[in-house]
Ligand binder design. Sequence first.
Ligand code: SF4
Ligand code: SF4
Length: 133
Amino acid sequence: MTKKRRRLPALIKDMGSCLFKKPFTQEYPFVSVQAPEGYRGRQTFDPEKCISCGLCERDCPAKAIELVEVSGKRMPYFYLDRCIFCYQCAEGCPRNAIQLSTNFEMSTTEKDELLVKAEEFISKQNISSDEGQ
Ligand code: SF4
Ligand code: SF4
């Protein structure tokens, strides 16, 4: 008997037992999933801390950051379609204005949605300070 034939009963037994086991895969996106601590996801940015030094733009190896004039101050725009999530920008920022996040949900068919503008964080900050009043 060949090796292949001897393995066949064991294979059928395994297949049969798998039919009654819970699947190992997760039901994402129907069930939300939390990325582990330290996961390098989408950046967050604090416009209040930014001093427009331009180090993030200069150090980014993927040219995924562009400093743009926003509210009289030059602040980063993040091009996530180019970003390799190395986090050089966060490590090099002298004011810790760029922070890690575990948000990995970036899949889209619209390239424009992968441009993260500094304005998004300004409006978020205004909303949270308004709520605190
Ligand atoms: S390195 Fe930090 S402080 Fe400098 S421009 Fe970038 S985000 Fe702003
Ligand atoms: S994580 Fe890396 S590639 Fe992405 S914007 Fe920052 S420095 Fe550039």
